[in-house]
Every structure is written in C-alpha cells, then in structure tokens.
Unconditional design. Structure first.
Length: 72
C-alpha cells in the first residue's frame, strides 16, 4: 500500500514524520477528513487558513482538507 503524510497547515506547518499506509488517494483524503475532526476538537479556535495537507510518498501535495472550528 502507498504511504501518505498528513501535515497540518495554519500559517506554519506541523509535519507528519512517519505517515500512514492507505489504499489509494481517495482513502487518504477520507483519513484526512477524520484527522481534521480531531484537530478541530483539540484546537477549537476559528482559523480559516487551517488545513490538513495530504501528501503522497514523494511528499507532493495531492489534496487539502479544511479544519473547521468546533461547533458551539
């Protein structure tokens, strides 16, 4: 299975050093959506620039997923 990396971007970048194996690009993007929920719960402040960057094994960005603030 291909390896994907999920960096958090919000003005600066929090790098995923180890990555995760996913079946394909679609599965990696779905995983990023789940991660985005966790990030929004951990840091609920509103920040419209915060995103999960989905990177392939060569660390090329294939997609981004927005991180929304936790609902009130």
């Amino acid at each position: 299975m291909p390896r994907y990396f999920f960096d958090i971007k919000d003005g600066h970048r929090l790098v995923d050093p180890s990555g995760t194996d996913c079946k394909n690009d679609t599965a990696a993007i779905e995983k990023a959506r789940v991660l985005a929920i966790g990030v929004s719960l951990d840091k609920p402040a509103v920040d419209p620039t915060r995103r999960i960057s989905v990177l392939d094994a060569d660390r090329h960005e294939i997609s981004t997923v927005p991180v929304y603030s936790r609902p009130a």
